[in-house]
Design a protein around this ligand. Structure first.
Ligand code: HEM
Length: 377
């Protein structure tokens, strides 16, 4: 078999050895085409290039989340002793509080950067063909990421987690006929209990990673296959006027710098605002007045509340759920709806839709927090 050409042999002993190891591995694993693909990749340079960092930042927080999650797994016990094990991690085990804080903060920062990444790819119109599957796999990743958050929130089983999960799991009950059955299946009984914690634990550490990781690989493979998209403003320019830099090493170095900034932000948040642990859940105690879901569910929570006030009984919440899902379907189908996907001509329609979606998301989230009663615990 022909020897591959990378990395280039140098005259020093160690580089010759490295070259030999590389050739040995390449002959057995066929690495050369992968390296060539990576070396071929170029990143467009224009005034919106900043937004190309956000997928990588999301990836970084996901990696931290996985590592810190594995460390937590060593001491966490699901079921009856879940609260006690989290109490030990937080107060008894050396640096346990920091690992737990880094895990929770990286999960939240991952979701926040995934939202930024989604809206930036939306406004850059990166969902247009041939990147439809990149868009759909991205939506899948965000939804799975939110379920990660929801299932992880219950695991300490403190009072906030207990009541917030109780409220969250009452949402599917508004679906006629099957709703109560779905809620009971997720809870593992009529009430949120240690059984629910065990189910959420299996979901959080086995089922969700088993779905998320292959979907993420698919997403990254597509990014590599299609290269980075360019916004409409760049498409207007003749090809000779478009600028780009090689991904390796130029853009990768900048990506790395962004990861360093992300690490600093994470370290500051985790150390200065350690993740709290409330009193153990007590089903007999009244629910705190200010009970609310995590920030990434606040918008849907508020939409349900608004519709619930407009219509009698469970009908309002059902309509709210339907409206929310309709918006989500439109969002998923945007590659087909945006006229510029079909005729290649510039169209503002999708941009207005994106601005409206962003406005509704932000406004209902702020509104949701603004109308919360003062904390009672
Ligand atoms: C949640 C985990 C996610 C990870 C780790 C991730 C990772 C990445 C990475 C590393 C890139 C290449 C660099 C970049 O454009 O930033 C990328 C590109 C892309 N992502 Fe994601 N992504 C995620 C979620 C999403 C979501 C929620 C969407 C949209 C619904 C999305 C849609 C896209 C699209 C369309 C591209 C191609 C961008 C282009 O060609 O210009 N991704 N993603």
């Amino acid at each position: 078999m022909e020897k591959s050409s990378s990395p280039e042999p140098k005259s020093t002993g160690s580089s010759i050895l490295l070259h030999q190891i590389w050739n040995w591995a390449d002959e057995r694993l066929g690495l050369e085409p992968i390296v060539q693909l990576a070396l071929k990749k170029r990143v467009p340079e224009h005034r919106h290039s900043f937004w190309y960092y956000w997928g990588g930042i999301t990836l970084f927080f996901f990696i931290v989340m996985c590592f810190s999650g594995v460390l937590l797994l060593i001491y966490y016990h699901p079921g009856e002793s879940s609260y006690e094990s989290v109490r030990q991690i937080t107060y008894d085990i050396k640096f346990g509080w920091l690992i737990r804080s880094a895990h929770s903060w990286s999960a939240n920062l991952m979701l926040a950067s995934a939202f930024v990444h989604m809206f930036s790819t939306f406004f850059l119109k990166a969902y247009r063909g041939p990147r439809e599957f990149t868009w759909w796999s991205g939506v899948g990743l965000l939804l799975l990421g939110m379920i990660f958050g929801f299932s992880g929130y219950l695991l300490p089983m403190d009072d906030l987690a207990y009541f917030a999960t109780k409220v969250g799991l009452s949402i599917p009950t508004v679906i006629p006929e099957v709703g109560p059955w779905i809620a009971s299946l997720i809870r593992g009984g009529p009430e949120v209990s240690a059984f629910t914690v065990s189910r959420f634990f299996a979901l959080h550490v086995v089922v969700l990673p088993a779905l998320f990781i292959p979907l993420l690989m698919f997403h990254l493979y597509l990014v590599q296959k299609h290269g980075m998209s360019i916004p409409e403003s760049e498409e207007q320019k003749p090809e000779s006027e478009r600028k780009s830099v090689p991904f390796f090493p130029n853009f990768a170095m900048k990506d790395l710098a962004m990861w360093l900034i992300a690490l600093n932000v994470l370290a500051l948040m985790a150390a200065l605002f350690p993740w709290g642990l409330g009193p153990a859940a007590d089903a007999l105690k009244p629910a705190p007045m200010d009970i609310h879901p995590e920030w990434y569910f606040m918008s849907s929570f508020q939409v349900l509340k608004i519709f619930g006030q407009w219509f009698p009984g469970e009908l309002g919440e059902f309509i709210g759920l339907a409206v929310f899902n309709l918006g989500l379907i439109l969002w998923v189908l945007i590659p087909f709806i945006d006229p510029s996907s079909k005729n290649g001509r510039r169209s503002r329609l999708a941009t207005y839709f994106g601005l409206l979606a962003l406005f509704i998301l932000l406004a209902t989230t702020i509104w949701g927090y603004a109308v919360l009663p003062p904390a009672t615990h």
